[in-house]
Design a protein around this ligand. Structure first.
Ligand SMILES: Cc1cc2nc3c(=O)[nH]c(=O)nc-3n(C[C@H](O)[C@H](O)[C@H](O)COP(=O)(O)OP(=O)(O)OC[C@H]3O[C@@H](n4cnc5c(N)ncnc54)[C@H](O)[C@@H]3O)c2cc1C
Length: 468
């Protein structure tokens, strides 16, 4: 094999594999190094895809148990077959990771199997499972090494009783008592899965509200809904210790305000307190500049502090740690390397929590616009008044649009709805095109759809909703 490339991408997550495909499309001779057995990174193997599979299956189980009867669909004795549910998840993961192998072949991308380390700005060493090393020369390197789960000081994830999201996607049996440390999107999605499958779930969150990065209105409503679903919350609480005793754990925590100490015994503890950039020794040794959170610093062309070495995805200091952000950066950096004008608009990246109902947002929250002293208007519309949501028994939640008081330009949108994750695409597009609330209000929306709530919320910005 010829060992010279135009681009070597290190890591095949949604950032890396998409970058490799776009680079090859643009005529660049491309290789992608991956140390995992299968392509697709965290997202396909232990992130977005397996979690969405379990969210979907557990939702179906829950609906069959609790909701179908009300619709006149009489079912017999509903039983959970967890190992079949897990096999179905594994099958989906395998199909999708194989799909990337196929795309690599189709685009003539060289798949280098092993751990990549950057020896110099034009050399990547790949070490395979047997320790054999091969050097590859390249004009450009793109780092897409992603992220890994973090824990709290003094709490060691053993992946048996104290687990990360990776193990919580593969439990062999439903834990009777599950403690989730962290009320962010990963913690809440997995809380939903295991609650629906029969666990008693308690979420312990340091802040006095869940999903701290989202709009406060949304977070308050979401908490109410999850409480109603039977998930317990201990907010404003700091976990101080987790002790494993035989096959159980005891979680110790203290309320930040009252200083009251509590403990809960459980079968599993899921630590979902965030993820950190995956910075390997070679990156540190080369002297690539990191920010104070130990993420790679990049400029607006995705260049690191070393020429011809670029970085994208979870490992960089820009944007949220999300798969679609990584993908867009992967495309943009490939285009820049090929001499085109790649760009990512960090102001219009949607974020979705795939619980039921789903939660989604794009742009700024009300708290952010307040902090930035922007004068704004708000339009809200509840799904209680949306006909499609009503016939589907999906009336929880609302659409909230924030627009600039003077220009009417949409600054941010937050949604709680059964289909918020699908609905948010319209709003991301609107923001990309610099739409005003009036543009949304005057766009014809099909009836009856949940999306009509967007039009109504946009009309509510001007205090003229029709159905509320
Ligand atoms: C449980 C869970 C659920 C999630 N759900 C969602 C979701 O619904 N939507 C969403 O947008 N995001 C979701 N995410 C986040 C998403 O998975 C990440 O943002 C995304 O995978 C980041 O992509 P990336 O390309 O930067 O890195 P990664 O996907 O982390 O991929 C990096 C790859 O690089 C490889 N690698 C690292 N170092 C080397 C090396 N030296 N040599 C060779 N290979 C190397 C790793 O093995 C890995 O395969 C979820 C994450 C988790 C954990």
């Amino acid at each position: 094999m010829d060992n010279n490339f135009d681009v070597i991408v290190v890591g095949s997550g949604p950032g890396g594999y998409v970058c490799a495909i776009r680079s090859a499309q643009l005529g660049l001779k491309t290789a992608c190094v991956e140390s995992r057995k299968t392509l697709g990174g965290t997202c396909l193997n232990v992130g977005c895809i397996p979690s969405k599979s379990l969210l979907h299956s557990s939702k179906m189980y829950h609906k069959a148990q609790k909701e179908l009867n009300n619709l006149g669909v009489e079912t017999g004795n509903i039983k959970l077959n967890l190992s079949k549910m897990m096999s179905n998840k594994n099958k989906s993961v395998l199909t999708l990771t194989k799909g990337i192998e196929f795309l690599f072949k189709k685009n003539k991308i060289t798949h280098l199997k092993g751990k990549g380390s950057i020896l110099a700005k034009d050399t990547v060493t790949v070490t395979d499972d047997y320790g054999k090393k091969i050097n590859y020369e390249t004009k450009n390197i793109v780092i897409g090494t992603g992220s890994v789960p973090t824990s709290l000081p003094g709490i060691k994830i053993d992946e048996k009783i104290i687990v990360s999201s990776t193990e919580a996607l593969s439990f062999k049996k439903v834990p009777k008592e599950l403690i989730v440390i962290g009320g962010g999107y990963i913690g809440l999605e997995l809380s939903s899965v295991w609650k629906r499958l029969g666990s008693n779930v308690t979420v312990i969150e340091f802040f006095d509200h869940i999903i701290p990065e989202m709009d406060k209105d949304i977070s308050t409503e979401f908490l109410k809904i999850l409480n109603k679903q039977g998930i317990n919350f201990k907010l404003d609480s700091k976990v101080t210790d987790v002790r494993v005793v035989k096959d159980k754990a005891v979680v110790y925590f203290t309320n930040n305000k009252s200083a009251i100490k509590e403990k809960i015994e459980c079968d599993k503890v899921l630590v979902a307190v965030g993820r950190k950039a995956n910075i390997s020794a070679d990156i540190s040794k080369l002297g690539i500049k990191l920010d104070n959170q130990k993420k790679i610093q990049i400029n607006n062309k995705f260049e690191t502090s070393i020429k011809n070495i670029y970085a994208i995805g979870d490992v960089v200091d820009k944007g949220p740690m999300l798969a679609h952000k990584a993908e867009d950066e992967g495309i943009a950096v490939a285009e820049i390397i090929a001499g085109q004008a790649g760009h990512v608009n960090y102001g219009a990246i949607p974020a979705v929590i795939y619980t039921n109902p789903e939660v989604a947002m794009v742009g700024k929250t009300e708290e952010q616009v307040k902090k930035e002293n922007i004068k704004y208007k708000v339009g809200k519309f509840p799904f209680m008044a949306n006909s499609r949501a009503k016939v589907n028994n999906e009336t929880e939640g609302f659409v909230k649009i924030i627009a600039n008081e003077r220009s009417d330009k949409v600054l941010g949108v937050s949604i709680i709805s059964a289909v918020a994750g699908t609905m948010i695409a319209e709003l991301a597009l609107a923001m990309e095109f610099g739409a005003s609330a009036e543009d949304l209000a005057r766009t014809c929306h099909a009836h009856p759809t949940h999306c009509e709530a967007v039009k109504e919320a946009a009309m509510a910005v001007d205090k003229r909703p029709i159905h509320f």
